[in-house]
Design a protein around this ligand. Structure first.
Ligand code: 5RP
Length: 218
């Protein structure tokens, strides 16, 4: 199976966690896009979705799925999204698609984070995938200098402006041995909006697409 077929398999496998007549939290990226295709097949059984990006909103709307503002929803049963890396403690690196801030907000109001990934995303130690950080534009250089002190190599993601009007620094060459500590440290740098480490609030369930089928990890 190709990587995209594995992504499609987990996107459709996540449907079983969607409860009828609920609002569903929806992530961003190519795997989440397959989940949206799956969600469209049961669109008359759900109330709608809270979306983590303009791209996912456009796709959801194209299927006629109602979009709710996050401020109008107290909590969600599930948030379904992909990841760039996930370790065995269910900590993740996210933000390859630059939607990390809205993804983190929606995951914070969701009872369960269902992570959908192909098996190439499962790692023992996070950090091979450059860690994305969303930064207020005027703080870019300062934050980059602070990140350098943490032992990483921050690279400005040229030409990318997030849905919130900010920029992205990707930190290369990190070996993340304590994801919670690093998430807290980076969050405390002035000018950082969001770090793409999802460790304080990791996934509850991972659906991993493998050549032998979809594996469910709890
Ligand atoms: C977007 C994300 C995505 O979930 C992550 O980049 C994985 O993307 P894909 O499903 O395309 O491999 O965090 O900000």
């Amino acid at each position: 199976m190709t990587q995209d077929e594995l992504k499609k398999a987990v996107g459709f496998a996540a449907l079983k966690f969607v409860k009828p007549q609920t609002i569903v939290g929806v992530g961003t990226g190519s795997t989440a896009a397959h989940f949206i295709d799956a969600l469209a097949t049961i669109k008359h059984d759900i109330i709608g979705a809270v979306s983590s990006s303009e791209a996912s909103t456009a796709k959801l709307k194209s299927y006629g799925i109602t979009i709710f503002d996050c401020n109008d929803v107290d909590s969600l049963d599930i948030y379904v999204d992909g990841a760039d890396e996930i370790n065995h403690q269910m900590h993740m690196i996210k933000g390859g698609g630059a939607a990390l801030t809205r993804e983190k907000i929606i995951s914070a109001i969701s009872k369960q984070f269902i992570c959908i990934v192909d098996e190439s995303k499962v790692v023992n130690t996070l950090g091979k995938f450059p860690l994305p950080i969303e930064v207020i534009p005027m703080a870019r250089s300062y934050v980059a200098r602070e990140l350098f002190k943490l032992g990483g190599k921050p690279i400005y993601r040229q030409g990318v402006i997030t849905d919130n009007g900010n920029v992205i620094l990707d930190i290369h060459d990190l070996t993340i041995t304590d994801p919670i500590e690093l998430e807290n440290k980076i969050n405390s740098i002035a000018g950082v909006v969001t770090v793409g480490l999802f460790a304080n609030r990791g996934a509850n369930i991972a659906l991993v697409g493998t050549a032998n089928g979809v594996k469910e990890i709890i």
